[in-house]
Design a protein around this ligand. Structure first.
Ligand SMILES: Cc1cc2nc3c(=O)[nH]c(=O)nc-3n(C[C@H](O)[C@H](O)[C@H](O)COP(=O)(O)O)c2cc1C
Length: 174
C-alpha cells in the first residue's frame, strides 16, 4: 500500500508542482510510503502507440505507477483540459493505472476551468476502473505569492485530499 505523487507540468516555475510537493510532504509527515515523480526530470517520448513502449524512461515511470496503490496527479490546466504532458503519461502507461485510487491537484489561470479534469477522470474510470477521489484541489493564480501557497483554503483542500487518500487507500486494502 503506497503512494505516488506525480507532478506533470513541464513549466520550470510550475504552480501545480508546488501544490504537489506540499501533498508529497504531508504524506511523508504522516509516515506513508510515498514516491515523487516530476516529469520535468524525466524525458518521455510522445506516445505513438508503438516504439514508445520500448523507451527506458517509459519503463521506469510505468514501474513507479505499478508499485503505487494511490496516485495523486498534479496537473496544469491547458485549454480546459489537463496539459498534454499528463495525457501523454496516461497514454504511455495505460494499464499500469488499473484499479488505482487517483486524486487530482490542478493549477489554472482562472476559476472557470474547474471541471477540466473530468475528461482524464472519465478515461481512468472507464478504461482502467480507477477509483477517483471526488474532492480534488483546484487553485488559480490568486492562491500563490511567488513560489509559496498563500491561500489557507487551498492548504486545507490539500490536507483534505491527503486525509481522504489515506483513508480510501486503507479501506481499499483491508
Ligand atoms: C497553453 C495554455 C493553455 C491554458 N489554458 C488554460 C485554461 O483553459 N484555463 C485556465 O484557467 N488556465 C489556462 N492556462 C493557464 C495555466 O493553467 C496556468 O498557467 C497554470 O499555472 C499552469 O500550471 P503550472 O503552473 O503547474 O504549469 C493555460 C496556459 C497555457 C500555457
Amino acid at each position: 500500500m503506497s503512494f505516488l505523487v506525480i507532478s506533470s507540468s513541464l513549466n520550470k516555475g510550475s504552480r501545480s508542482a508546488i501544490l504537489g510537493k506540499e501533498c508529497f510532504k504531508l504524506l511523508e509527515a504522516q509516515n506513508q510510503k510515498v514516491q515523487w515523480l516530476d516529469l520535468r526530470e524525466v524525458t518521455l517520448p510522445h506516445c505513438d502507440g508503438d516504439t514508445c513502449y520500448a523507451d527506458a524512461n517509459v519503463a521506469k515511470v510505468t514501474k513507479m505507477i505499478n508499485e503505487a496503490s494511490c496516485i495523486i496527479v498534479a496537473v496544469a490546466i491547458y485549454n480546459f483540459d489537463v496539459g498534454s504532458s499528463a495525457k501523454n503519461l496516461l497514454e504511455l502507461t495505460g494499464k499500469a493505472w488499473s484499479d488505482k485510487i487517483v486524486g487530482f491537484i490542478c493549477a489554472a489561470g482562472g476559476k472557470s476551468s474547474y471541471m477540466s479534469v473530468m475528461g482524464i477522470a472519465n478515461s481512468l474510470m472507464l478504461d482502467f476502473r480507477s477509483l477517483i477521489i471526488p474532492r480534488y484541489v483546484y487553485a488559480d493564480g490568486s492562491a500563490f505569492q511567488g513560489d509559496q501557497i498563500a491561500d489557507d483554503g487551498i492548504t486545507k483542500r490539500i490536507d483534505e485530499l491527503v486525509a481522504t487518500a489515506i483513508r480510501l487507500n486503507k479501506a481499499h486494502h483491508s
